[in-house]
Design a protein around this ligand. Sequence first.
Ligand code: SAH
Length: 614
Amino acid sequence: MARLTLPAIVILGAGALETARRVQMLYAGSQVHALQGRAEADVSYPELRTHLCDLYARGTPIIALCAAGIVIRCVAPLLSNKGVEPPVLAVAEDGSAVVPLLGGLAGVNVMAREIAAELAVSPAITTSGELRFGTCVLNPPEGYALADIAQGKRFVSDLLAGESTRIEGEAPWLDDAQLPRSESARLAIRVTPHAWDGRDNELVIHPRSVVAAVTGAGVRSAANADLGVDFGSNADADTRSTADEAPSACSGSNEPTHSGVQIAALVREALDAHGLATLSLAALLASADHMADPALAEAAVSLNVPLRFAQPRPEDGEPPSNVLHAALRVPYQTLHDDADTGVALALAALAIDPNTIGRARGRLTVIGLGPGSADLMVPAARIALNEATDILGYETYVKMAGPLRADQRVHGTDNREEMQRARHAFELASTGRSVVMVSSGDPGVFAMAAAVLEALEEGGATNADWRAVQLAIVPGVSAAMATAAQAGAPLGHDFCMLSLSDNLKPWSIIERRLRHAAEADLVMAFYNPISRARPWQLDKALDIVREYRAAATKIVLGRDIGRPGSTLRTITLGELRSSDVDMRTMVIVGSSTTRGFANGVDGGEWVYTPRWYE
Ligand code: SAH
């Protein structure tokens, strides 16, 4: 599936914020980036040129609410590099003009029309072909792919020079286009799954109408020799004299396995044998039994198509074509069914939506949102959120993860039963959904990642569907790091993180750890320092610490760091009272070497723990 790349909406001042928020509504999950010190939005950046260049180089679509000239000057140095060209638009900050600048083949005009419609103005479309024909012939809709871009550009300039075209095949999106059509035209737009033969009077567009089924792991391949790799024989393990040298041989198994590259090569060979273009492929399909086989995922990436799975039934026949029967819900023709290579091909009359083919491998991604503000969330967490079908977590955190799209299901709960939530996540993911579990800070620090693994270790033993879920854990900026960074570098030397909550561990353990940590002169970061249900524990903890540390020991208190109304205080162990602390506070207790000096801001100070010891 194509990765959804959300645009960055970039503003230079508060005057553009209102228009920016209107544009943001069109792209749920997108963020408004504001120049530091000039405006407050979702993400702040220090300098426009560097920021736009970073976004552009990463292929992020850019909607800049400023003069077109500024945007052009900023990205100009990158334009000679013919790599990615994301859509880049300039929008007048009062919303009165929308100017598509770059990314004609990445859909910039489509975006310009969407934004202009929202702002009730006309977009400044300047692409001749698009103006003349009412559509960008070179930018076919989802499910179709242009065979060759250079050929496409030549073709459109021929049309603009006054030639007409025939249309061969099904191109429903061109029905309303004002193309000069003629049955006897020299030029033809040909919509076909067959590979382009190089004729320059044809614009070839491939419908994604072919599905390749592969048996995946453990298939004997007649083509192995051709691929220059000896997989050994699966008939008799003792005869596998070359098995050790075979790069993909899976030790401990008698079955030869294919690497992803080899599977992709076998699929390409089968397509070639039928004259089909690789771009006509809608999906790679395999039996659900092989869901966790990394070679399949690698093959799908190599072929640049989604990977789907189905469970063949006895009535579906023999592999490899049986999985096509189980997965496809549209009429198709089996073009290729080769038990030796383990590849079968299905051809449908029209493009097939890959989301309707069998099902995806379910995913569960446990992410950390960081302390609160969007710019302290790692990009991998944002990507996981964008790709999620379902979002689970404690309600406050799910809100922090927003804005979410209307099609994303939220399973917010104030249910503190974490194991139950973890099991629910596996239930959802094992039906093929993409589930994201949110935690604040880092998910592995006193948060959901450990609960998820505990649920998997318990439940996965008897549940193969749970084991097949693609589980990933994305780290986040933990409260101790976020607080430390604001204060300076109090964690600059050895430190430990302790949760003072005795909900899941006996208080005696906490006391013992505090004693050892205090005695070892470790800096300590206290999570869950106090709550209404645990009113006395913090005082007790501080009493223990005071047995080992001087009253002058530095204490950093960070409350709601990265969130609205955050506060940061530096005091001493002698001054610290449990009434200074609540459950939204991070308490960092310095070591004997932790020190501070004035930072010149309102009597504040930088606190740090030197890297050396005397
Ligand atoms: N996984 C989280 C920690 C969860 S435990 C993380 O890595 O940050 C919850 C405790 O973390 C709170 O009681 C508080 O001590 C601390 N905490 C979480 N977010 C905080 C924030 N934004 N500012 C200060 N402390 C925070």
